[in-house]
Design a protein around this ligand. Sequence first.
Ligand SMILES: *[C@@H]1O[C@H](CO)[C@@H](O)[C@H](O)[C@H]1NC(C)=O
Ligand SMILES: *[C@@H]1O[C@H](CO)[C@@H](O)[C@H](O)[C@H]1NC(C)=O
Ligand SMILES: *[C@@H]1O[C@H](CO)[C@@H](O)[C@H](O)[C@H]1NC(C)=O
Ligand SMILES: *[C@@H]1O[C@H](CO)[C@@H](O)[C@H](O)[C@H]1NC(C)=O
Ligand SMILES: *[C@@H]1O[C@H](CO)[C@@H](O)[C@H](O)[C@H]1NC(C)=O
Length: 470
Amino acid sequence: MQHLVVFLTFFALFAVAAAIVSIPSKIYGVNLGSWLVLEAWMLPQEWLDMGGQSCSSCADCIADEWSFAKAYPDTVDAIFDKHWSTWFTEDHIQQLKADGINTVRIPLGYWIVEPLVNRASEYYPRGGIKQLQRGLQQLQDAGIVAILDHHALPGVQTANQQFTGHCTSDVEFYTPYNYHRALVWTAVMTTLAHLDPAFGNVFAIEAVNEPIMDAAQTPGYGQFQINFVQTVRAAELILGIPVPGVSLPFSLDTSNTTAAFMKVAAANTTSLPSIFNQNVTAALAEAGPILSQVAAELASPPILDFTSTQAPVFSSKTPLWTNFMDMNWQYDNPPNPANAAIGTQGYDNHLYYVYGGVADSNPDAYLASICNLQRVQSDAAVGNSPLWFGEWGLPTQFDATDEFLYMWADAQKMAYMRGAGWIFWNFNVEKSTLAGNLSREWSYLDGVNYGFLTKDPAAYHNASVCDPYY
Ligand SMILES: *[C@@H]1O[C@H](CO)[C@@H](O)[C@H](O)[C@H]1NC(C)=O
Ligand SMILES: *[C@@H]1O[C@H](CO)[C@@H](O)[C@H](O)[C@H]1NC(C)=O
Ligand SMILES: *[C@@H]1O[C@H](CO)[C@@H](O)[C@H](O)[C@H]1NC(C)=O
Ligand SMILES: *[C@@H]1O[C@H](CO)[C@@H](O)[C@H](O)[C@H]1NC(C)=O
Ligand SMILES: *[C@@H]1O[C@H](CO)[C@@H](O)[C@H](O)[C@H]1NC(C)=O
């Protein structure tokens, strides 16, 4: 009996300790790029070995997930499963942990919620969601928290980029149909984050990675931002997580997640709180049955019963952080995501000097620019705080010396730490003859091995690196 009490006490403490997740006071993070959204340029040899191709314009050959799945309909799932299993492993997690990494940003495609794909006209591998569950559990065991990043949107959000999954000039994301599909994805991911035990270390969901910068080309994106936050909070309210100032006007009378979503979606919207607008209820209605399918695929009963003691929400009613690219990512009268916030919300900015347009192409100009970066202040001025830098790296437009890369790493980290922290692109890239020395500037693990990035992510080689530029 005493043993049982001790055991139960221990178990209860352990369950609570394991499920509570919060944003680190400073984010020292890496992206898990090219894992569940594959970008062939980061693994040139493996891509050819898989059966992919290389061409100067990625729309012209088998150079993205879409073209690959279309070309190899019978083998794509098995080939990608092998990639998912080997590209990101427990060994990587242990190295990242040893390097002091506390956060990962996980780029995801809409196709990871498989029922959202129109199989007659859209081509993507199946099975990624099980790998996501596997990786999140391993990260959780290592004490690393996660941001689920909707990186590749239904209909494609940016032209001619491998990171959208489909390299094409036909950009269709900014339409009611695809906004709807993105909201369904959002409702499903919110629910998984609170109900699947493996997802217990997810603290944020990012709405849209890198939308088109010219806001004149993203009609409806402001309303989508509002709908995104309302969808997250509506799903959370159904799962029993308080949303300030909002309550359901009736009792759910069920612990069946699918039934609860359907019941709310079928209710008279004029009797529901305003966050349940018709775009939100349409997303909940479609997400309900999809959650049953996903629960089966993930073999995870807690997803079916939102009162399960195994579900992270049982131990912690902490709402997720909603996360957007910052307002200043766009120009031409962009919407301000701060206007959409209900509760905790964070902002993301990406900065790559190598693609040009930021500073003159020489070491001195780079340091002068980064040491005087104003992005944290500019974002704060429009209410976009906290800000973290969700993508950056060491690449430059010129041939950088090792000596410069030490300074370049220090100065960038220093700039980004004026905000909520940073997330390097990428945790790793391929090492092969074909890849050359790609890993020198694009791989966090190699950057630490070469010494450009300090073993302790909070440290600097030279904390005075910026002094001559202020
Ligand atoms: C919201 O729903 C209305 C009515 O169904 C629809 O006309 C509109 O296009 C939807 N908007 C978005 C952004 O999905
Ligand atoms: C949950 O509700 C859905 C929708 O009403 C139903 O199809 C399903 O059978 C229910 N599941 C269980 C376990 O009762
Ligand atoms: C919806 O609720 C409003 C306000 O309570 C009521 O006036 C309206 O008749 C209801 N509509 C339906 C279809 O029940
Ligand atoms: C890659 O870069 C590192 C660090 O600058 C250097 O030591 C190494 O020799 C380079 N390797 C190749 C294959 O160029
Ligand atoms: C650190 O950087 C500053 C500014 O460039 C320089 O004056 C100083 O010598 C550097 N310190 C070391 C130890 O390299």
